[in-house]
Design a protein. Structure first.
Length: 228
């Protein structure tokens, strides 16, 4: 399975999506900072499953229709940061879809995630991630889960890794820095959390017009089902 995640930087990089999809043939495409009103229903062989509408800049998830059938779709609201409260409300931090593999018959949960901005504390982002993973579990207990996106977590990742492992998930960082706009904040911002999958790699793709590099996540299903 191939999944691309891309923070579009206030939708500026939206024009790159068709070329990205054509070059890398993802099965799932997860977006952050997307303009819901300006997203197409289809990008190549990918169908828009859902896009958030409550935020000025939202999240979206596309899936390959010749591989999956979409089931339940959820938008998940998480605790707001002070930045969210004072400027623009951004409570919709996850969009998730339950996907049914047409050929193999197995099901999984895929999710696009965008954590609170750097003005918030890492402790708040860890709470958001814990809450997000807990909500995804409710969409299908025992199903494999892959959540990718912009975690806004450039330093002290050992604390985040511990938080994720305590919930039974694995944290996989990108193979190179993904945020490049400000020298002091450069780092690995975009990565994956998963359970029921073996993530073989999170590859940072070449820089486009966004301040984030897109990532390509390659994963295989570890088992047909899991229990916790």
């Amino acid at each position: 399975m191939r999944v691309i995640s891309y923070n579009l930087r206030k939708h500026r990089a939206a024009g790159e999506l068709r070329e990205l999809a054509a070059e890398h043939s993802p099965d799932i495409l997860c977006l952050q900072e997307a303009d819901a009103e300006d997203l197409p229903e289809r990008i190549g062989g990918l169908q828009l499953a859902h896009v958030t509408s409550g935020n000025r800049l939202g999240l979206a998830l596309y899936y390959r229709t010749d591989m999956y059938r979409a089931g339940e779709v959820r938008t998940i609201s998480l605790k707001k940061s002070l930045h969210d409260r004072m400027l623009r409300p951004a409570h919709e931090r996850v969009v998730a879809v339950r996907l049914h593999d047409i050929d193999d018959g197995y099901e999984m949960i895929a999710a696009s995630f965008h954590a609170a901005p750097l003005t918030a504390l890492n402790s708040l982002r860890r709470k958001q991630i814990r809450a997000a993973l807990g909500e995804l579990e409710l969409m299908g207990r025992g199903l494999p889960v892959l959540m990718v996106g912009d975690y806004n977590y450039p330093v002290f990742k050992e604390n985040l890794g511990q938080t994720v492992r305590e919930q039974g998930y694995a944290l996989t960082l990108s193979d190179d820095r993904t945020y490049t706009r400000y020298r002091v904040f450069r780092g690995h911002y975009d990565f994956a959390t998963s359970v029921g999958f073996r993530v073989e790699g999170v590859h940072a793709l070449p820089q486009g017009v966004s301040d984030h590099r897109p990532i390509l996540v390659t994963a295989t299903r570890a088992t047909a089902s899991r229990s916790r």
